[in-house]
Design a protein around this ligand. Structure first.
Ligand SMILES: [Zn+2]
Ligand SMILES: [Zn+2]
Ligand SMILES: [Zn+2]
Length: 368
């Protein structure tokens, strides 16, 4: 094995965080060997999983005086100039920028309005080594990370686990997400700063580029953002009801649809809920689909011809909030504006239920 007279890092790129000397295997040096530490580097002597002496930039001749800890470790006998094995880690002092973090698996967030929401998140961060001995002991020694990409992966896992905590602390509902980005970013940066500090690293930049809920939840957020600065959930639901009614008016040529369309036009200065509640309740009769004779709304059999009414797709949806009847395909309650149950709820009483259930556990309604 060759004994090296000069120890230096070769071609350490600006993005490399640390470089091992020698690149593979182990090197033998002796007292009197030269150590060359370039600008923006530290050098750490390392043996058997532990860092010993640290050198700053410059050309150093090794003596018992400047590698005392290593000499203590390898034994006093080497003072006679006999060779001894060591590794040296050259550590980059410059910031390593634009590292990426992101959730490989979505974070499960407990939303106060929407139950469980699966959130994905990603961003960038920059780091700088502040304590080369700590860094080499913990990240290189304990974790065995040497390549910038490996270090990045190790730090990414820490960031993502913190993201899980911070989301739960800062955010109560994803509906507020847009207004919480700055707070989330700041909370993350301070939490991650402490974590990284334990590895001799400083976080110089941290950005949350995006937190993305699944598309169906994003739609709700976008619609709510469309309400501009309203912020009031009741307003939001009225807005949704008005839009649902507009749609109904467009789709149906006459009857209730026409009345509803008019209601929207007239109702601008009035409470939408009152308008619509009134409109719905005046319809107490409807024609039998078979004989076309008037019959009371909600009848199970036509009083004129005995036709059985209430085929599954004609079932009214009862609003779980205000108990008002709504047309079978309505998505929002025409009376109070609440979003109506589509699936996973009983169409009769609105009770939440398993889609596999054959009967509603609350009212006994038979499911299709
Ligand atoms: Zn009939
Ligand atoms: Zn309602
Ligand atoms: Zn039911």
């Amino acid at each position: 094995m060759a004994i090296f007279d000069v120890i230096e890092s070769m071609d350490m790129g600006p993005d490399a965080i640390v470089q091992r000397w020698p690149a593979v295997g182990s090197g033998e040096i002796k007292l009197g060997s030269q150590l060359v530490v370039r600008e923006n580097q530290w050098a750490v002597f390392f043996r058997d999983g532990k860092g010993y002496d640290v050198f700053d930039a410059g050309r150093h001749t090794l003596t018992t005086g400047n590698v005392p800890l290593l000499i203590d470790f390898v034994g006093k006998h080497i003072t006679d100039g006999s060779p001894f094995k060591t590794e040296v880690y050259f550590v980059n002092k410059r910031p390593i920028r634009d590292l990426k973090w992101g959730t490989a698996e979505p974070i499960i967030f407990r939303d106060k309005d929407l139950a469980m929401v699966r959130l994905r998140s990603f961003g960038i961060f920059s780091i700088r080594v502040t304590d080369p001995m700590f860094f080499v002991n913990k990240v290189v020694g304990t974790e065995g990370r040497l390549e910038t990409r490996d270090v990045e992966g190790f730090l990414r896992a820490m960031i993502v686990s913190r993201m899980q905590d911070v989301l739960g602390e800062v955010l109560t509902t994803v509906l507020d997400l847009a207004s919480k980005y700055d707070e989330l970013g700041a909370a993350m940066k301070s939490r991650v700063r402490d974590d990284f500090g334990k590895y001799g690293l400083e976080i110089t930049d941290f950005y949350v580029n995006a937190i993305t809920p699944p598309p169906e939840v994003q739609k709700v957020i976008d619609e709510r953002t469309g309400m501009a600065a309203v912020g009031d959930l009741n307003q939001y639901y009225r807005f949704k009801a008005a839009r649902a009614v507009e749609k109904a008016a467009e789709q149906t040529g006459g009857g209730a649809g026409e009345g509803m369309g008019m209601g929207v036009g007239l109702g601008m200065g009035m409470s939408m809920a009152q308008m619509m509640g009134g409109a719905m309740r005046t319809t107490t009769e409807q024609p039998c689909p078979k004989c076309n004779q008037p019959m009371p709304t909600g009848s199970n059999f036509c009083p004129s011809c005995g036709n059985k009414i209430g085929l599954p797709d004609e079932t009214l949806i009862i609003c779980p909030e205000c108990r008002a009847d709504n047309p079978a395909k309505a998505t929002f309650c025409a009376s109070c504006g609440k979003e109506l149950p589509v699936s996973g709820h009983c169409p009769k009483c609105g009770e939440a239920m398993d889609e596999a259930d054959k009967f509603c556990p609350e009212c006994g309604e038979k499911m299709k």
